[in-house]
Design a protein around this ligand. Structure first.
Ligand SMILES: Nc1ncnc2c1ncn2[C@@H]1O[C@H](COP(=O)(O)OP(=O)(O)OP(=O)(O)O)[C@@H](O)[C@H]1O
Ligand SMILES: [Mg+2]
Length: 296
């Protein structure tokens, strides 16, 4: 069994599996449901984070359920990206950054002493706003990049099954299967973003964080990525930051609204709930104003 019952964040990265289970790769299925039951719950407990002396998010408490999509919405500067980056310990790698509180992955604090940040980021993958493939690297090697890093393998080691599985999961396989050796940078923007999703999925994370993954994409690419997100939640815990209210309403089960309530103050989490309620009958009037487009 490739999936531990609890996330062991302290094991050495070099002892982790290299090629995933590859269960559906190469099979007649579409490969999207290769794994079951390994999505993880995350809990954010009393989180404050910022840079230098400036606190940019404060008092954040949020449960992120497995096998569901949680949308983080709110105006620019509310701290959505900062929160997302705290969720995979990326925030603390920035110069002067600090974070207090707990980020729990199935009850285990990802910032606890002895936890391996490389493993944290393998288990909690991230897709950024701008597609960032390695432009001169082949499509195949882009997808395999994280595998080579975490498996400690280089050069000619082949990851065919996993690369195919990840590209199928990202709904890109059909478009690239005959040109896996072409450069990643030669793909369209929407394809590049799906390539980055495939790269994130190749290492079999348990949680997938996406920071405005469609903001630079056309409606067709956007809808492909939304379909991908919808299919992925069978296996993953997904958090997506979006400024697109329709997108949040379409793809998410839970919506969390963040804002800066008073100029100069840190961003806070104003309201969280089932997406239909946040958009239909929010309890907080600031949330109502935002989701109805009256500010932000
Ligand atoms: N590296 C940094 N150093 C100092 N301040 C930063 C840094 N990165 C972000 N901030 C500040 O933190 C606050 C929150 O920024 P963040 O990027 O998390 O907001 P956001 O909600 O993601 O906004 P957007 O919707 O525009 O992406 C902002 O005031 C921003 O200026
Ligand atoms: Mg942001």
């Amino acid at each position: 069994m490739s999936t531990p019952e609890r996330p062991d964040l302290m094991e050495s990265a070099s002892t982790s599996g290299s090629s995933g289970n590859g269960a559906a790769a190469g099979s007649a299925g579409d490969g999207r449901h290769a794994r079951k039951g390994s999505a993880r719950r995350m809990d954010i407990v009393d989180l404050d984070a910022g840079f230098g002396t400036k606190t940019v998010i404060a008092g954040i408490n949020l449960r992120i359920e497995p096998n569901a999509v949680t949308a983080l919405i709110g105006p620019s500067g509310a701290g959505k990206s900062t929160l997302l980056r705290c969720l995979n310990a990326l925030h603390s790698t920035a110069k002067g950054a600090f974070a207090r509180g707990e980020i729990l992955l199935d009850g285990v604090d990802i910032n606890a002493a002895g936890v391996d940040p490389v493993l944290v980021r393998r288990r909690i993958g991230m897709v950024f706003q701008r597609p960032n493939p390695f432009p001169t690297m082949s499509i195949y090697d882009n997808v395999a990049a994280g595998l080579r890093l975490t498996a400690g393998r280089t050069g000619r080691h082949r990851f065919d099954e996993t690369v195919e599985r990840a590209l199928r999961q990202a709904d890109l396989w059909a478009e690239v299967k005959d040109r896996l050796r072409s450069a990643g940078g030669a793909l369209s923007g929407g394809q590049q973003q799906r390539l980055c999703i495939a790269r994130a999925l190749a290492v079999e994370p348990e949680v997938l964080l996406m920071d405005e993954p469609c903001s630079a994409l056309d409606p067709i690419s956007t809808s492909k990525i939304e379909e991908t997100i919808h299919a992925l939640k069978v296996d993953y815990t997904i958090v997506i930051v979006t400024h697109n209210m329709q997108q949040a309403a379409r793809v998410s089960d839970t919506t969390a609204f963040m804002t800066v309530l008073e100029a100069g103050q840190p961003g806070t989490l104003v309201e969280t709930g089932p997406t239909s309620e946040i958009f239909g009958k929010p309890t907080n009037e600031v949330t109502g104003a935002y989701v109805s487009g009256q500010f932000g």
